[in-house]
Design a protein around this ligand. Structure first.
Ligand SMILES: NC(=O)c1ccc[n+]([C@@H]2O[C@H](COP(=O)([O-])OP(=O)(O)OC[C@H]3O[C@@H](n4cnc5c(N)ncnc54)[C@H](OP(=O)(O)O)[C@@H]3O)[C@@H](O)[C@H]2O)c1
Length: 265
């Protein structure tokens, strides 16, 4: 798939992976629609991209956990562009709390932002996308969408749920020209740990060592763009995490020994 000339809607574009993706896709010739809650940050990114070329970057502010806000965003997108070729469901919030200390309300919030938001934005867009001849849905899951990891119980549950939903959707809609790419990064150098939720719903506020030592965000974005171009079904990012997946398959006892002891921070 060529990126040049495509119209791409990215949620969670105000920082981290979403921001890096917006820059890369814009540079590759796409028109990008940037969505998140932080309008100031989105406008700063838009100004940077407008300096390169006017008219290929739009801002649509939206809290993707709110259905009404999604409906309004959808209307705004339809006014701005005549179609969306690619939707990147990237908005997300991680978790730093153990099962025993996590309130149910926090689990609900993690599922809202990491799972239901992607379902709601996708379902809002799909009829229009299909009426325009099809398109592609990219889902930024996580390696925790493949195996559980300490202090990530709600986050891992939401990311696992994404695979169930979007793999089913791919099977149902392949004959309507709707493709799905699932992206499963391990640790990437972003502020995701800083923004994570603790057991009582407050922000964790710290940069974890594991995060700081992760894959550079620009490299992560490059891998995701390549995956979109090649229409890959599922992609894993991060050497250690990919290695653990292989260990899980070939030597489960060793996998559980490692994962029970791996540092969650
Ligand atoms: N970094 C990693 O190690 C890693 C690993 C695996 C998967 N991921 C996934 O990658 C995605 C991006 O994370 P990141 O690492 O780039 O973290 P990040 O820097 O914290 O970015 C998260 C993005 O999600 C947006 N967001 C959060 N809640 C939202 C809401 N209710 N409505 C709209 N936007 C919302 C944030 O924007 P606002 O605050 O402005 O709304 C921000 O743009 C997430 O889905 C995350 O789970 C990250």
């Amino acid at each position: 798939m060529k990126i040049q000339g495509k119209i791409i809607w990215i949620t969670g574009a105000s920082s981290g992976i979403g921001e890096a993706l917006a820059v890369d896709l814009f540079k590759a010739g796409a028109t990008v629609i940037l969505t998140a809650r932080n309008e100031k940050k989105l406008n700063e990114l838009k100004a940077k991209l407008d300096d390169v070329e006017q008219g290929r970057c739009h801002v649509v502010v939206c809290d993707v956990t709110q259905q009404k806000a999604i409906d309004q965003a959808m209307e705004k997108v339809k006014q701005l562009v005549d179609r969306v070729d690619i939707l990147i469901n990237n908005a997300g919030v991680s978790q730093r709390s153990y099962v025993l200390e996590t309130e149910i309300a926090v689990y609900r919030e993690l599922l809202e932002v990491n799972f239901f938001s992607a379902v709601a934005v996708t379902k809002g867009l799909l009829p229009w996308m299909i009426s325009k001849g099809g398109g592609h849905i990219v889902v930024i899951s996580s390696i925790t969408g493949k195996y559980g990891f300490r202090m990530r119980s709600g986050y891992a549950a939401a990311k696992h749920a994404l695979h169930g939903f979007f793999e089913t959707m791919r099977a149902e809609l392949h004959d309507q020209n709707i493709g799905v790419t699932m992206i499963c990064p391990g640790r990437v150098q972003t502020d995701v740990s800083v923004h994570s939720l603790t057991g009582d719903g407050r922000q964790y506020g710290k940069m974890d060592k594991g995060q700081a030592d992760g894959v550079p965000v620009e490299r992560c974005a490059r891998i995701i763009v390549r995956a979109i171009k090649c229409n890959r079904k599922e992609v894993f990012i991060g050497f250690g995490e990919r290695f653990l997946l292989v260990v899980k398959r070939v030597c489960p006892p060793l996998f559980y020994w490692i994962v029970n002891r791996a540092s969650p921070t």
